[in-house]
Design a protein around this ligand. Structure first.
Ligand code: CA
Length: 173
């Protein structure tokens, strides 16, 4: 005796279940990728730019790159939640992945390979600070002064060899 064909109702149930599974998997992947973006705020010791970059890589992370308002918002939120400013600290300067080491004035986020197109420079920066006729300010910090000295989570080029705190991030998300 021939087996009955799947009834249209059962078939509809199977198709709709498969569709729901595929939709929820897609949503889960998007959500996870967003939530999995992680930061590391290094404020227990200071490093020069090169060592900070290497430290982030040793943690499986990269120096932070900030090329949009939403990326900056995520960084600011993380810094605020870290409690850094509640420990009697009024200023913060953090190494980012930004620099113009490859070509003067061509600033890149070297963790992502992007040009710095997010115009968030502190007023008067980048000023390409020079010592003995040689430009030494080639690496970019994110800086914020609570006392209103004009830096509001904005960028400044600084000597790469100088030691600052730093921020690492994962590149997914
Ligand atoms: Ca500068």
């Amino acid at each position: 005796m021939a087996r009955p064909l799947l009834s249209p109702i059962i078939l509809l149930f199977i198709v709709s279940t498969l569709f729901r599974l595929s939709a929820s998997n897609r949503d889960a992947v998007g959500y996870r990728a967003f939530e999995e973006k992680s930061y590391y705020l290094g404020t227990t010791f200071k490093l020069n730019w090169h060592k900070a970059s290497a430290f982030c890589r040793s943690q499986g992370l990269f120096l932070v790159s900030i090329n949009s308002q939403s990326q900056l918002d995520g960084v600011i939120e993380y810094i605020k939640k870290s409690g850094f400013f509640t420990a009697n600290e009024s200023n913060i300067q953090l190494w980012t992945s930004g620099n113009d080491l490859g070509e003067q004035s061509q600033f890149l986020w070297t963790s992502t390979g992007e040009r710095i197109t997010f115009d968030r420079w502190t007023q008067g920066e980048p000023n390409h600070g020079r010592v003995n006729d040689c430009t030494v300010e080639r690496c970019v910090v994110l800086q914020h002064y609570q006392n209103g000295h004009g830096a509001t989570y904005s960028f400044d080029d600084r000597p790469c060899e100088r030691e600052y705190f730093f921020m690492c991030e994962s590149l997914d998300g």
